[in-house]
Design a protein around this ligand. Sequence first.
Ligand code: F6R
Length: 336
Amino acid sequence: MEQIATTNMSSMVKAFPKLLGSVKVDQDILNLCMKIGDEVLGGLCIIGMGGSAIAGQYVQALFNDVSTIPIITVRDSIIPSFVDKNWATISVSYSGNTEETLGAFDESVKRGCHSLIITSGGELLSRHGSLGTITIPSGYQPRAAFPIIFSAVLQIVECILGMEKTDLKKKGHILSKREQEWESSPLAPKEMAKDILESIPLFIGSRHLNPVAYRAKCQINENAKAMAFSSEIPESNHNEIESFDRNNDLPFLPMLLRSNFEEKRISQRFEIISEIYAEEGYTPLRLSMKSDSKIDEMLLMTFYLDIVSLELAILRGVDPNAVDKISRLKEELGHL
Ligand code: F6R
């Protein structure tokens, strides 16, 4: 694989397609996952924070309507009391040193869960009680390792649930091909970043595009050091809609993440809010990606919006790699 400068966010984001499917989970671990899946399973709990949590949210959104067991994600140090020895847990921490993930992992081991780990090193690697550990390459910013983490989580979950294997390398090719088209289209990421520059984007998704909206918000926060938010349809139709009032003089930009797989009712909701928000002076932007499957749609939109977050960082003149405040918080907490 072409050299990726892991200290350069641009190089890492551009490597997204190549990184998909770059991790091959050992057959021993996959066999173990199939065994776990064959045993009576109460459910699957995917643990992690921030950039390490998002892959679990994607996989949950992908399999929610086909899985016969509950899939939950935990972004905290405590896990719900119903997660017991009949559950499998996957603890994901890129650095392996995240307090909340370590705490939740320890608790899952204490409860006798079938516990698996995905990490590049740190404390988590030396923790006892895991049935299997997937070690991923180190040196990346956790959020830039999303394609690697997603690839590992997906392979494990497909095995546990007995689902057909996704060809992630093929997905990578689709992304690379589409990236070239974006550059010369009205959808050029740089143009989108210009549209966002003077505003506070609110990414609005539905169903499998909810985690994509959340990822976009986090990427703008962390890479571009800019305010951004995300919300979900239909839930936001019951509260947030009221805040789109012309008297609230805030530069919110609703970014509607539209799906090719939307149910009619969801499409109608998007159309009505577009009208209401525009009447109140907030003109929504619509983003959609031509795609044959939900997973392609999620990955294409994520890759595109990751690039937009980088372009925004450039326009704002900030270093997309640094996360000084996250590091400071972790360090100060470590001393207490
Ligand atoms: C930094 C990032 C953060 C971390 C989070 C948890 O790039 O995205 O959101 O992912 O602080 O740390 P890890 O991933 O090491 O468990």
